[in-house]
Write a protein that binds this ligand. Structure first.
Ligand code: HEM
Length: 223
């Protein structure tokens, strides 16, 4: 979610498009829910671009081959001896410049066709062996949809307490932590409700929603 918020601040061009789509389907009187998911391909593209732009697991996890193998890649065959340690490096896959034009920019539209539908094969490749995929994608989807419906997200004008100068937003390597699980270093952001009405709807929905996990979890076990 931090990566998504940083993208909102550094590459905000796509936000009006996303908010128009959400507003057209959800309206102003309720927050988005999972029942809207199939009708909000743009939010799907944002989730996908968030995972592509700055993958949280940059290197993947190590695997070991159990037999000698030969793998063909771009017309060349590679011999992989039994016992090799292999990484599917997410960063390299998601920043392949032959597939992703302007690979370092945050552009959700890259996953949509001319009719604003998801292009075939848009799904993320880094999840090939990640059992957390459904959980991760669903939680990103609902949080991104709700945030875009409720807030305009922007830069903070407050000075950086370390330097006294305006905060320098950065999406380069040095602005991210971690090797195994990566995310942006701490940065300030401003969340402004898009209207007083939306703020009130969000407050109301929070007031009445079920918050007790003991009640919530058994409901989901049934599905
Ligand atoms: C945005 C969130 C997530 C990202 C970006 C992510 C990414 C990844 C990546 C890149 C791999 C390694 C793939 C490979 O190289 O083979 C992986 C593996 C794995 N992930 Fe996730 N993951 C996420 C969420 C989760 C969650 C929520 C869970 C558990 C609830 C989870 C559990 C695992 C496990 C157990 C593996 C190892 C699978 C194996 O090799 O057998 N992940 N994940």
């Amino acid at each position: 979610m931090h990566t998504f918020i940083l993208a909102c601040i550094l590459y905000p061009k796509w936000i009006p498009h996303a908010q128009r789509e959400i507003d057209a389907i959800v309206g102003e009187d309720r927050i988005p829910s999972f029942k809207d998911r199939s009708r909000l391909p743009y939010v799907e593209a944002i989730v996908r671009e968030t995972l592509r732009w700055r993958p949280a697991g940059r290197f993947g996890v190590p695997h070991q081959s159990t037999a000698d193998d030969v793998v063909e890649y771009k017309g060349i065959e590679y011999f992989i001896p039994k016992g090799s340690i292999l990484f599917a490096v997410s960063w390299a896959i998601e920043h392949d410049q032959e597939i992703f034009e302007h690979h370092d920019l945050f552009q959700p539209d890259r996953f949509l066709d001319d009719t604003n539908n998801l292009k075939a094969g848009y799904e993320t490749t880094i999840f090939t062996v990640c059992p957390g995929m459904p959980f991760a994608e669903r939680s990103l989807w609902i949080n991104i949809a709700m945030m875009l419906w409720t807030f305009n997200i922007g830069k903070s004008d407050e000075p950086d307490p370390k330097t006294g100068l305006p905060f320098r937003y950065d999406d380069g390597d040095s602005a991210f932590h971690g090797e195994f699980a990566s995310g942006p270093l701490k940065f300030p952001a401003v969340f402004k409700p898009r209207s007083a009405h939306r703020a009130e709807v969000a407050r109301q929905e929070w007031a009445v929603c079920e918050k007790d996990l003991n009640v919530l979890l058994p409901q989901y076990k049934e599905h």
